[in-house]
Design a protein around this ligand. Structure first.
Ligand SMILES: NC(=O)c1ccc[n+]([C@@H]2O[C@H](COP(=O)([O-])OP(=O)(O)OC[C@H]3O[C@@H](n4cnc5c(N)ncnc54)[C@H](OP(=O)(O)O)[C@@H]3O)[C@@H](O)[C@H]2O)c1
Length: 288
C-alpha cells in the first residue's frame, strides 16, 4: 500500500478509469486532470481529487502535478485531424513530461499503442511516437505501455442490431482486459525493473476480431448479428454521410488488417505479471 499521490491525465477515459480505480485500491491518493471537473466527479465519485484544465494549459498542469510522486498519461487526441492529434497527444504529453521532470516526479507511465512508430500509417500513432520520444528525452524515469487490442473496444462495434467488423480482420490478437492493464500500470510504479522500459502488453489468448465479437454477442448482447463491412465501402459511407467521424477508426482497422498484432509481451509478463483475464471471463463480468 502507498500514500503517494499520482496524477492521472485522461483518467476519465475508457482506459484511464480502470487505472485510476486500481491506483486508488492500491492506496494511492489519485488526482485527475480533466477538462470538465463537474462531469468527471459525477462519473468517478468523491474519492478522487479533481484538477480542471486542458492539456495545453501549463499552469493547470503545474498545479495538478504539485506534490505528485508519479504520473500516468492515458490521452486520446480526438478525431478532428492531425493538428489536434499532435497538439493533444504529442505536445500535451511532452508538456506534462517536461513539467514532471521539473517537479522531480519519480515515474511517468504512458499508454501508447502496439503499432506506434515513426512511419506509422495512422497520424495518431505518429503523434504517439513523438510523445514517446519527448518522454524519453525529459529525464523522468518512464514506463511506456504498447498494448494490443483492448476487450473494452468490442462494445464499440455494436450499432443497433449489428456488430460490425470493419474489413476482414483475419489476424488473431491477444486481446487484453483493461483491469489487467491497470494492475500492470499500478505495479510499474513500485517496480524498479520497469523504469525506462517500453512494454508490449498481450492478453492470455489469441482470437480474431470477428470470432471475439461472436463470443461477446452470444454472452453479453444476444440477438446481435456479426457482419463484415468492406473498408472501401465504409470509407465512402463515412465521407458521404458521417462527416468523416470514422476516419481514425477506419485508418486503424486498415493498418490492423495489413499488419496484425505487433510485439513480444514476454518482458512485461516477467516484470509486471502477465494478464490473465480470458475473453470469456471478461464477457462473464460484463453480463452480470
Ligand atoms: N482501444 C484500444 O484497443 C487501444 C489499444 C492501445 C492503445 N489505445 C489508446 O488508448 C488511449 C486512450 O483511449 P480511451 O479509449 O481511454 O480514450 P477516451 O475514452 O476517449 O478518453 C480520453 C481521455 O483523454 C482526455 N483528454 C482528451 N483531450 C484532452 C485535452 N485536450 N486535455 C485534457 N484531457 C484530454 C479525456 O479527459 P476529459 O474528457 O475528462 O477532459 C479522457 O479522459 C488512446 O490514445 C488509444 O489510442 C487504445
Amino acid at each position: 500500500m502507498s500514500s503517494e499521490t499520482v496524477l492521472v491525465v485522461g483518467g476519465t477515459g475508457e482506459l484511464g478509469r480502470p487505472v485510476a480505480r486500481q491506483l486508488l485500491a492500491d492506496g494511492y491518493v489519485v488526482r485527475l486532470l480533466t477538462r470538465n471537473a463537474r462531469r468527471a466527479r459525477a462519473l468517478m465519485g468523491p474519492e478522487f481529487e479533481y484538477f480542471a484544465g486542458d492539456i495545453g494549459d501549463s499552469a493547470a498542469i503545474e498545479q495538478a502535478l504539485h506534490g505528485c510522486a508519479d504520473v500516468h498519461i492515458s490521452l486520446r487526441g480526438g478525431s478532428s485531424g492531425p493538428e489536434e492529434l499532435d497538439r493533444v497527444e504529442h505536445r500535451g504529453t511532452a508538456r506534462v513530461a517536461e513539467l514532471a521532470a521539473r517537479q522531480g516526479v519519480s515515474r511517468l507511465t504512458y499508454l501508447s499503442g502496439m503499432l506506434v512508430s515513426e512511419d506509422a500509417e495512422i497520424p495518431g500513432d505518429r503523434a504517439k511516437f513523438r510523445a514517446e520520444r519527448a518522454i524519453q528525452r525529459s529525464g523522468v524515469p518512464y514506463t511506456i505501455f504498447k498494448p494490443t487490442y483492448f476487450m473494452e473496444t468490442l462494445p464499440r462495434h455494436v450499432q443497433g442490431k449489428l456488430a460490425i467488423v470493419l474489413g476482414r480482420q483475419p489476424h488473431p490478437l491477444h486481446m487484453v482486459a483493461a483491469n489487467d492493464f491497470a494492475r500492470m500500470v499500478s505495479g510499474a510504479f513500485r517496480t524498479p525493473e520497469a523504469a525506462n522500459r517500453s512494454f508490449f502488453v498481450h492478453g492470455p489468448e489469441a482470437i480474431t476480431i470477428p470470432d471475439a465479437l461472436r463470443l461477446y454477442c452470444s454472452l453479453v448482447e444476444p440477438g446481435k448479428r456479426v457482419v463484415s463491412m468492406p473498408l472501401w465501402f465504409m470509407r465512402v459511407v463515412d465521407t458521404l454521410f458521417m462527416r468523416r467521424r470514422l476516419r481514425g477508426t477506419l485508418q486503424l482497422m486498415r493498418a490492423m488488417q495489413r499488419v496484425g498484432e505487433r510485439g513480444d509481451s514476454s518482458a512485461a509478463d516477467v516484470v509486471l505479471g502477465a494478464p490473465t483475464t480470458t475473453l470469456r471471463q471478461w464477457c462473464g463480468q460484463r453480463a452480470l
